[in-house]
Design a protein around this ligand. Structure first.
Ligand SMILES: Nc1nc2c(ncn2[C@@H]2O[C@H](COP(=O)(O)OP(=O)(O)OP(=O)(O)O)[C@@H](O)[C@H]2O)c(=O)[nH]1
Ligand SMILES: [Mg+2]
Length: 175
């Protein structure tokens, strides 16, 4: 479709926080317990979304959290319109790490890009170490929306995260 709006989105966050799992849950409605670290980048396209009567094509560039892929990663942030910034609620250091991730993302994609902060793995309630209020406060300090989610459990929150993000990206584009 020629009038399709193409929106490039990224994921940032430390290794194993669940970036790939959240995107896979949204695009394919599947989840795997196995940890297969992303090597460099996983590219996924999702079509068939209509917002305000506009057909949208989402292109996810889901990069690796592992530091050894650092130099490669920046090239995937070019032309990005928004990203999910993911931490794991059982690993507090992964929330702190988001400072550096967001700095790197913004330095390439631009300061005005839409960022949504996600505390993932809320199914592991007994192992929670980051209170939701801390995530909320962090997101607010970054001017971002905040969500808690479980890629494992899924639910309505997963599409909400991505549709909210796309809607904000579209608003940002029309500014
Ligand atoms: N219990 C639980 N496990 C999860 C959840 N999301 C992801 N995982 C598990 O966490 C591990 C890492 O998930 P990935 O999605 O590969 O993490 P990633 O952030 O893409 O990791 P890198 O690609 O290495 O940066 C896997 O074993 C997943 O099954 C969740 O919501 N709950
Ligand atoms: Mg991954």
């Amino acid at each position: 479709m020629s009038n399709e709006v193409i929106i490039k989105l990224n994921s940032v966050g430390s290794f194993s926080v669940g970036k790939t799992s959240l995107i896979r849950r949204y695009t394919n409605n599947t989840f795997s317990e196995d940890y297969l670290p992303t090597l460099g980048v996983d590219i996924t396209v999702k079509r068939g979304i209509i917002i305000d009567a506009k057909p949208i094509r989402l292109v996810f560039m889901d990069t690796a959290g592992e530091e050894k892929f650092g130099s490669l990663r920046k090239t995937y942030f070019e032309g990005s319109l928004g990203c999910i910034a993911v931490y794991d609620i059982t690993r507090p250091e992964t929330m702190k790490d988001l400072d550096n991730w967001l700095k790197e993302y913004r330095s390439v994609a631009g300061e005005d890009k839409i960022i949504s902060v996600i505390g993932n793995k809320i199914d592991l309630a007994g192992r929670r170490k980051v209170p939701a209020t801390d995530g909320q406060r962090y997101a607010r300090s970054e001017g971002s929306d905040f969500y808690e989610a479980s890629a494992k459990f899924g639910g309505k929150i997963i599409p909400k995260i991505f549709i909210d993000l796309v809607q904000k990206v579209l608003t940002n584009l029309n500014k």
